[in-house]
Design a protein around this ligand. Structure first.
Ligand code: ATP
Ligand code: MG
Ligand code: FE
Length: 341
């Protein structure tokens, strides 16, 4: 079967065609960095309007790339949340209209499930249950992924997400937008031991994450005026890595049945973080799976793939399914499907 996937939850509009045998027939993406850069962050109204302009041409381009028509598609999957509600609605309404017009089933995909299952698109050998570190712009969680719609959340952040910490650090250091790749680039030129920064919650029994204190420490280091931006970036990245690794170690100990250690989400594109997790997995005799970089940051292939897994499990949604600004990925979230705003 072939699934059309549509993503529009933040500042990437994307369309992809994914076969249930894992072939990526087409994937198209339009970023909005230029529109948001003057504001130093994503402006929801600007994002929603940009999605409106981009989504239909992207779907048409993806179909043309794959050399198929809408009639050849077996189901239409779109992100239904969580995210900026205006953008989510644009993609979901587009998917509903296409589903209605072509008489195809609709699959409403949780964006986080898109990230969570994306490693399975890249690696056919990756079997459930796996231990997932989901690190993105809005989330930082450890999940035991047991299958489609089956998530046990082991840890979450008590304040900022990992990607948010990268973005705020980039802004504080004047490294530009989007922040994650800019911090990674600057960090490569700095000394990770130059600036003493805290490791919030490291060593604690409770499994959670915290990054707000780290951001404040970066601000103090900047205002001290004695460190280069490169040294602060490198020290910040090293602190984030120490936090992620310490918390993940704890989760590995608490999830003995996991088949692999897996990382996903935009922050998973960070080479130093991937390297540290790989070393940890190796030390624990666990396979390590990280999607290719293009599949880490937001894209429609992961939405198409999550849609494919749902479609294969017989899970489709009614055309009146709701877009949701908030939609956590845990057992209760499945029960609440479609009950959002
Ligand atoms: P969510 O998925 O939680 O709803 P989102 O969709 O906005 O949030 P993603 O697109 O998955 O987030 O990831 C974007 C985040 O990843 C941004 O915070 C960005 O700074 C971060 N990021 C991207 N590349 C890197 C990198 N190389 N190093 C660190 N962070 C990165
Ligand atoms: Mg983005
Ligand atoms: Fe995302």
């Amino acid at each position: 079967a072939v699934i059309l996937g549509i993503e529009s939850s933040c500042d990437e509009t994307a369309a992809a065609l994914i076969a249930t045998d894992r072939r990526v027939l087409a994937h198209r993406l339009a970023g909005q960095e230029a529109e948001h850069r003057p504001y130093g962050g994503v402006v929801p109204e600007i994002a929603a309007r940009a999605h409106v302009e981009a989504v239909t041409p992207l779907v048409e381009a993806a179909l043309a790339d794959a050399g198929i028509g809408l009639g050849d598609v077996d189901a239409i999957a779109a992100t239904a949340g969580p995210g900026l509600i205006g953008g989510v609605m644009v993609g979901l309404v587009t998917a509903k209209a296409l589903a209605l017009a072509a008489g195809k089933p609709l699959v409403a995909v949780n964006h986080l499930e898109g990230h969570a299952l994306s490693p399975r698109l890249a690696d056919p050998a990756l079997a459930y249950p796996y231990l997932l570190l989901l690190v993105s712009g809005g989330h930082c969680q450890l999940l035991l992924v047991g299958g489609v719609g089956r998530y046990r959340r082991l840890a979450t952040t008590i304040d900022d997400a990992a990607g948010e910490a990268f973005d705020k650090t980039a802004k504080l250091l004047g490294l530009g937008f989007p922040g994650g790749p800019a911090v990674e680039k600057a960090a490569a030129l700095g000394d990770p031991k130059a600036v003493p920064l805290p490791r919030p919650l490291v060593g604690r029994a409770e499994p959670h994450f915290s990054f707000a204190g780290l951001k404040s420490a970066v601000l103090r280091a900047r205002d001290a005026g004695t460190y280069s931006a490169q040294d602060i970036a490198a020290s910040f990245q090293a602190a984030v890595i120490d936090c992620l690794i310490d918390r993940t170690k704890r989760a590995i100990a608490g999830a003995p049945g996991a088949t692999a250690l897996v990382v996903a989400g935009g922050v998973a594109a960070n080479g130093a973080i991937r390297g540290a997790l790989q070393t940890l997995a190796h030390a624990r005799d666990l396979p390590f799976v990280a999607p290719p970089l293009w599949l880490c940051t937001d894209n429609a292939a992961m939405i198409g793939w999550a849609g494919a897994e749902r479609f294969m499990a017989g899970l489709t949604d009614p055309l009146d399914v709701a877009a949701r600004a908030r939609w956590p990925l845990d057992p209760d979230a499945e029960a609440a499907r479609g009950a959002g705003v």
